[in-house]
Design a protein around this ligand. Structure first.
Ligand code: ADP
Ligand code: MG
Length: 700
């Protein structure tokens, strides 16, 4: 076996930062810069600004009050400055002997006792000054700047930085750079070299806000890599086959379902339904995201797509992230489809072995044309006869692997099923254009008629009594109320006691409350630790209207549909994320009654709420529009958290900022097809350079 040198701490730290290849090092850009190119006169020094001076030591002493420290006075002919060190070696004392001239770098603070520098770095005066700014890189413990600088420098020298595409191919970019900056086109090599070692005459602001043409070049390259990679995966998919599910005219399940629905479709539902039908009628697998605000009516769109699939003689599966949600779908679909003679199977991790065996048999024989369930659907034991349409609700709650597993459930002549993903968290346009560029997106931009907008109030927890009065009023009018307690992540036990306590408090506070129908006022409790049967019983009683108030942890977060519920109280609303608040609020306002959402907040011991929490609550009070909420959420949190399980952060954009670089993104999107067609091997090289092995993440 060849001898392998053990890795040093610094090498391990480099790997931890993901800096393995030369190109990775070359693309590891400075966080900021230090200017060591100039010597500044002490008389010109601005307060609290890092500078470099050259001065002669005029005095040195070690004092012990208030604690041991080395105090050195230096004079550069224009003024003096005191250097202060709390820890120091004898060698340093020696280097700072009176009469020595030294080059000192640090922040100067003016004060009562004159200028001082705390723990500056220094060396003997003289020697050449560097001609470029000194980069300061993002780093981790165990990886000193000096080591990292050297590593980056050699990575930069070794990496292949030749432009992937000839400058002529990036004509627009060239044009744009001429126009904006009257500068020649930056090659990738020039841009990187400059960003690592900029000349001191550069405007630092353009480096820090990434508007400098060298930055533009880099961001354009990165966005292009992302677009190329997604286009590539879209084309790979187009080479796959899928069952052709053509909608047939008249007398079909689809037509009968439409006729049987107690309502007419909205225009948006009709349009989206046609988009989906068109996809399914093709021989290549659909890969479509259906986005629509909470309550927009995605379920019926899914049911109609399923009907087309069943009309063509194939099976359809619907997977939801929680058992409660899956069951709601099951009941709703059963209600619509059973009268039309459709057999629907139900699969969940908690069902009894006997029931499960029966379901598996129904699915395998093809007798069950529709299968609804949780993750249980993707287990190996589940064999479909001929699955042609896979629908995933609340897609962001599933991981890449789970989506792939569902797609692999069709074992049929190298085919894949059509995939319809649904989400209530609308994706802002820039994200749809970038991270989701390989998806087709359908949008339900219209709510069913007759909904009254939800009024949202932000209320200090100190006014809880008033909120309880409101609940009393709602109950007396025969309405129902949700009260949501926050999930306390560190401790399920705390979580439980919190919800239990609130439940007990409410029961006491609502004593003597009356219902319009004279029935007793029941208050239910639902939390994550309950047995699934108990959860179902509680949910069932609330859905049936037997329970007036439902206290719960966020288990009702997604998809629950009780039109008679008209008030949503969210306790400790400041702890929830924006899209989560919006989803919760969407549980009310589903019927014709005027609905309200109360966001109870508490500042705890702090005098007021934190900035981000305030922003979130404000956004909630100001708008009911899911797209606006999503936009603000993106603003507050950045895309990383937004994308959730879609990718593990590996394939995130590092340099481009979607809130600023929309025009570059548009350019990359427009350019990618031509480049991929004309120069497939260059496109592959470009993607490999930028994404390395991470491109896979973008495909699922
Ligand atoms: P979501 O998009 O949040 O999943 P649902 O599919 O649960 O929304 O629909 C919310 C409610 O609106 C359901 O009670 C559903 O039956 C009803 N609904 C859906 N479409 C219409 C429509 N076109 N007209 C009236 N009610 C509708
Ligand atoms: Mg839904």
């Amino acid at each position: 076996m060849p001898e392998v040198k053990p890795k040093t701490e610094s090498q391990k730290a480099l790997e931890k930062l993901g800096l393995r290849r030369d190109i990775d090092l070359a693309l590891h850009l400075p966080l900021r810069y230090e200017d060591e190119t100039r010597i500044v006169k002490l008389s010109d020094v601005r307060d609290s600004y890092p500078v470099q001076i050259e001065a002669t030591v005029t005095h040195q002493e070690v004092t012990y009050r208030p604690r041991r420290q080395l105090i050195v006075t230096v004079d550069d002919g224009t003024d003096t400055c005191t250097l202060r060190f709390f820890s120091f070696y004898g060698s340093q004392q020696k280097a700072l002997a009176v009469g020595n001239t030294v080059r000192v770098r640090g922040e100067v603070k003016g004060g009562f006792l004159g200028r001082t520098m705390l723990h500056p770095s220094f060396k003997a005066a003289g020697g050449d000054l560097p001609t470029a700014l000194t980069p300061v890189y993002p780093t981790v413990a165990g990886l000193p700047q000096a080591y990292l600088r050297k590593a980056v420098l050699s990575g930069l020298a070794r990496a292949d930085l030749s432009d992937t595409f000839a400058p002529g191919d990036l004509e627009w970019l060239q044009h744009r750079q001429h126009q904006n900056h009257q500068q020649p086109l930056w090659t990738l090599r020039d841009a990187l070299q400059f960003l690592h070692h900029p000349t001191p005459d550069v405007s630092i602001d353009t480096l820090m806000d990434h508007s400098h043409p060298a930055w533009q070049r880099l961001k354009a390259e990165e966005l292009l890599a992302q677009q190329l990679s997604q286009l590539q995966s879209r084309r790979e998919r187009a080479a796959l086959k899928a069952p052709q599910l053509q909608a047939v005219e008249g007398g079909t399940l689809h037509a009968r379902l439409l006729a049987a629905l107690p309502f007419g479709l909205t225009n948006a539902q009709q349009r989206v339904g046609e988009e989906i039908a068109k996809d399914m009628a093709r021989r290549i697998p659909m890969h479509r995201l259906l986005q629509g605000d909470v309550g927009a009516g995605k379920t019926v769109v899914a049911a109609l797509a399923a009907a087309i699939c069943m009309d063509a003689g194939w099976q359809c599966a619907l997977m939801a992230p929680t058992e409660i949600l899956a069951e709601q779908h099951f009941r709703k679909l059963l209600g619509w489809l059973e009268p039309l003679g459709i057999t629907t199977a139900w699969l969940t991790g908690t069902q009894k072995a006997k029931e499960r065996r029966a379901m598996l048999a129904l699915i395998e024989s093809g007798e069950a044309q529709l299968v609804v369930g949780t993750h249980a659907i993707i287990q190996d034991k589940v064999k479909f006869k001929n699955l042609a349409l896979a629908i995933i609700d609340e897609q962001h709650r599933f991981g890449v692997a789970q989506r792939l597993a569902l797609r692999n459930k069709l074992h049929h002549e190298d085919m894949e099923p059509h995939l319809l993903m649904m989400t209530a968290t609308p994706i802002p346009r820039t994200l749809a254009m970038s991270y989701y560029a390989d998806l087709d997106v359908s949008t339900l931009d219209e709510l069913p008629p007759g909904r009254t907008p939800i009024v949202t109030k932000v209320v200090n927890d100190a006014r809880r009594d008033e909120v309880i009065e409101r609940i009393r009023a709602q109950i007396s009018q025969g309405r129902q109320v949700y009260w949501v307690c926050p999930l306390i992540e560190e401790s399920e036990a705390l979580d439980l006691s919190n919800a239990t306590q609130t439940h007990a408090d409410l029961a006491e506070a609502l004593q003597g409350a009356t219902r319009a129908d004279g029935q007793p006022v029941l208050i239910g409790l639902l939390h994550s630790r309950m047995h699934v049967d108990d959860k179902k019983a509680v949910m069932g009683a609330f859905t049936a209207g037997l329970m007036s108030v439902l206290v719960s942890t966020t288990v009702i977060e997604v998809g629950v549909d009780v039109p008679n519920a008209s008030l949503m109280v969210i306790e400790h609303a400041e702890r929830f994320g924006l899209s989560q608040l919006h989803q919760l609020r969407g549980r009310v306002g589903r019927g014709a009654a005027a609905s309200a959402c109360v966001l109870l907040y508490s500042t705890g011991d702090a005098p007021r709420l934190g900035e981000a929490a305030r922003e979130r609550l404000k956004a909630m009070a100001e708008t009911n529009d899911g797209f606006e909420i999503a936009r603000r959420d993106l603003e507050i949190r950045g895309p990383g958290e937004f994308l959730g399980a879609r990718q593990s952060g590996e394939a995130m954009l590092r340099f481009a900022d979607l809130s600023v670089d929309v025009d570059l993104l548009e350019w990359a999107k427009a350019e990618a097809p031509m480049l991929l067609d004309t120069y497939p091997h260059l496109a592959a090289k470009h993607v490999a350079r930028w994404l390395g092995g991470k491109a896979e993440f973008l495909k699922a």
